[in-house]
Design a protein around this ligand. Structure first.
Ligand code: UDP
Ligand code: MG
Length: 315
């Protein structure tokens, strides 16, 4: 068993892989880990030369292990596949685009020996990302924090060091809709953090489209909070309450004061409003049901097309 596994999800990162490998080696070698370390590259269906580069590294360096998927399954699933096969006593999760500085790894790792099981890296600032991305991310973390019972740290991605205990716990969480930073908070144990300034992407382009970000956000919320469902119920009661009062008034106007107008405007407003509230409530329920059915199907999370690591359980 090695001391440290470094899990690197890869989606179209050909411009970054050589520099990443160099920088990681430059940081990990001086740590002089007695048990050594391993890299686990998880190629998440890249369409560029990423896989060829990884295979090349694996041929030259026996510490380089890889898993390649049959298609793009998404960042969280790529990390999960890495966790499934990591052998290290501790595991680092790091992005391939050098936005997470490898130079922080020794400090994160150091904290484990102080008795922590999770040391995450919190973003003090973010460079080279659009104002819209920063704003939506900031809002998302705060909304999530306000509607869950577990405390999921704000402004924190998956860049962190976790101990073997946490890896084992993650392997026992079979959910399909992965939100790993939330799962790790849920697991508990002693957790701490260090702050860092997030750099720009070294090369290439982000693989996180707005669609993928929305999926991640909804996975995070639905997996760790029932507040949206409760909000749908509460808004249902509030709106029906208002509708009941309006109904009383309508009856009064029709039969008692005989003061009724054609009333097109009020009719339109109430129909549109009620329709909107109903659609929102149904949509929220739909989000949860979609995830329920995904979990009931019990499909494997990902399909591996090639790997130089034996699958878990076959060692
Ligand atoms: N990534 C992945 N699958 C995807 C999208 C991204 O494995 O479908 C990887 C990507 O190669 C990188 C990490 O996940 O190592 C973070 O992605 P990215 O840098 O594109 O996201 P951003 O930093 O822009 O949020
Ligand atoms: Mg990035």
């Amino acid at each position: 068993m090695v001391d440290l596994s470094v899990i690197i999800p890869i989606y179209n990162e050909e411009t970054n892989i050589p520099a990443l490998y160099e920088r990681l080696g430059g940081v990990l070698d001086p740590m002089r880990l007695p048990g050594g370390y391993e890299f686990i590259f998880v190629n998440d269906g890249s369409r560029d030369q990423s896989l060829a580069l990884i295979e090349n590294l694996a041929a030259r360096d026996e510490r380089v292990r890889f898993i390649t998927f049959s298609r793009n399954f998404g960042h969280q699933i790529a990390v999960t596949a890495g966790l499934d096969r990591a052998e290290g006593q501790a595991v680092v999760i790091i992005d391939a685009d050098l936005q997470d500085p490898p130079e922080l790894i020794p400090q994160l790792y150091q904290k484990l020996s102080e008795g922590y099981e999770v040391v995450y890296a919190k973003r003090r600032s973010r460079q080279g990302e659009s104002a819209a991305k920063k704003l939506t991310a900031k809002l998302f973390y705060r909304i999530l924090a306000s509607i869950t019972h577990i405390s999921i740290p704000v402004d924190t991605g998956d860049f962190r060091v976790i101990s073997r205990k946490v890896v084992e716990a993650l392997r026992r969480m079979p959910e399909q809709n992965k939100f790993i930073r939330g799962q790790i908070s849920w697991i508990g144990y002693r957790q701490t953090h260090l702050e860092y300034d997030r750099a720009e992407r070294a090369g290439g382009e982000t693989g996180y489209t707005y669609r993928k970000m929305l999926k991640l956000a909804l996975d995070g919320i639905t997996a760790f909070s029932d507040v949206p469902l409760k909000a749908a119920t509460v808004s249902g009661f509030v709106v029906s309450g208002i509708a009941f009062l309006v109904m009383l008034y309508t009856l009064y106007a029709r039969f008692i004061s005989h003061d009724y107008e054609p009333g097109w405007a009020s009719l339109m407003v109430s129909i549109l409003f009620l329709g909107g509230v109903q659609l929102i409530a149904v949509g929220i329920i739909g989000e949860y049901i979609a995830r329920l059915s995904a979990n009931v199907r019990q499909r494997p999370l990902y399909i591996v097309s090639d790997s130089n690591i034996a699958p878990p359980g076959e060692k």
